[in-house]
Design a protein around this ligand. Structure first.
Ligand SMILES: [Zn+2]
Ligand SMILES: [Zn+2]
Length: 296
């Protein structure tokens, strides 16, 4: 049997202190982590303090956490029609990439943008040309990962075909990868709650994206119907994707050492332990699921 080498982790809150939170995460078995580098819903970045960021990088190393993934602020939209937001987006992404470099985080995750009324194709082309221009300003050691979105409305990143088009257009220009979110794929219309559904999901993924381009996973269950384009993460196994779909997904032979991050509803250590145990169980590791029941 193939030994799975996924690096399980959580999206870590900044509340309560960085070092303390990293230690706690390592204690409950995390080997990778995701954080926001600042306030995810603010245009203002925290003051850049390289020494402090390097200290944080050392704390991660001491606790055996690698890779650290930085999630870009939600406001960044590289296909924003309004000039003000378009420029602010480029600037904020540059600052996020710079922070990631000081933290020795190899990946920054960005949601594929939203065209805000200019039309799907035009929006997608603007997104691609902006990435092309912006990439020359990023530190070389940090790789951008595009996250698939729930799609719908003006969103450009729901279909694997649109993501595949971005990858193809930028091939050879700068290294670009994918962060695959299970709950978003479900909301975008990919039903993989059954073995058959999973096969179709992977056929699509092979055709448009290629599993070798997937550099990180967001493993979430979901409370909203497939194709609803709504995003409400649920604890693993308690949502509509469920055990069968998530197990099939996690047991796929992904690249070695792939970080698999939980972005399940944030309710503290007990729930993190519960979800990490489910993650191991579904991935086929020999581990008992936590006896914690819902609502504790
Ligand atoms: Zn995200
Ligand atoms: Zn996600």
């Amino acid at each position: 049997m193939r030994i799975l080498t996924m690096k399980f982790g959580i999206h870590m809150s900044q509340k309560g202190g960085f070092s303390r939170n990293v230690k706690r995460a390592a204690q409950i078995g995390c080997r990778s982590l995701q954080i926001f580098a600042g306030n995810p819903t603010s245009w203002r970045s925290p003051r850049l303090n390289p020494e402090e960021l390097q200290r944080r990088s050392a704390v991660l190393q001491e606790n055996g956490i690698y890779p650290l993934i930085i999630h870009a602020p939600y406001l960044v939209n590289l296909s924003a029609a309004k000039e003000e937001f378009y420029h602010k987006s480029g600037q904020l992404l540059r600052e996020t990439m710079e922070r990631a470099a000081y933290l020795d985080a190899p990946f920054v995750v960005l949601h594929v943008g939203s065209h805000r009324g200019m039309g799907f194709e035009e929006g997608l082309e603007l997104f691609i040309s902006t990435l092309k221009t912006e990439s020359s300003h990023w530190p070389e050691k940090v790789q951008l990962l595009l996250e698939n979105t729930a799609g719908g409305g003006n969103s450009l990143g729901g279909s694997f075909a649109s993501i595949g088009h971005i990858l193809k257009s930028l091939k050879g220009i700068f290294p670009l990868g994918i962060c695959f979110d299970t709950a978003h794929a479900w909301a975008a219309g990919y039903d993989f709650s059954s073995a058959e559904g999973f096969k179709s999901l992977m056929d699509n993924l092979h055709r448009h994206i290629g599993p070798e381009n997937v550099k990180a996973l967001h493993v979430n269950d979901t409370g909203t119907p497939c194709g609803s384009h709504r995003d409400r993460h649920a604890h693993l196994g308690d949502g509509l994707i469920g055990e069968e779909g998530l197990s099939a997904f996690l047991r796929f032979p992904w690249p070695d050492d792939l970080p698999a991050i939980l972005e399940t509803p944030e309710t503290g250590t007990d729930w993190d332990v519960f979800n990490l145990n489910r993650l191991r169980l579904y991935a086929g590791e020999n581990c008992e699921a936590s006896p914690l029941s819902q609502g504790d």
